[in-house]
Write a protein that binds this ligand. Sequence first.
Ligand SMILES: [Mg+2]
Length: 181
Amino acid sequence: MVILVDMDDTIEHLLVPWTECLNRKYGKNVRLTDVKCWNMQVTYPDLTTEEIFSPLDEDSFWDAVTPIEGAPEALKRLMDRGHEVYIVTATPYQSVAAKMERVLFRYFPFIRWDHVIVASNKQMIRADVLVDDGYHNLLGGSYRKILMDAQCNRMYDEKKAGMFRVKDWAEAERLILEWEE
Ligand SMILES: [Mg+2]
């Protein structure tokens, strides 16, 4: 199968260092439980888009981003079983190099650049499965939809939208193996 996998808060922890950085930089006191939506402008309504995304432009920021438990092992096993795993990230272009070097290739060295797709409209991509914590990326796509449980999607009714919510990579991997032909 062709399996698309989101990066931020699907295989690595972005939200924690991002909110910590924004709180420090702009004197805010947002807690993780205050984040109810994938769109950070909902969480920081008085910051501009540029301010919100500014931490991601600093190369050193990405050193604070760490992998989600079990993600490297699960992706490696899926690839070893012959599945094509593509990383799909809607990252700002300024952060691509640092994000790849300091996070993806550091913790997921078995994934090569030719299996990375930078795209905001993930629905344009043809694949069998997408694993993503952002339900807006799963809506309308022609792939099977695995919603990685995250702070930003807890309020979302995934069943109604035909998605499968998993709480971790062990569950995601189990579900994908069930779909193997
Ligand atoms: Mg994400």
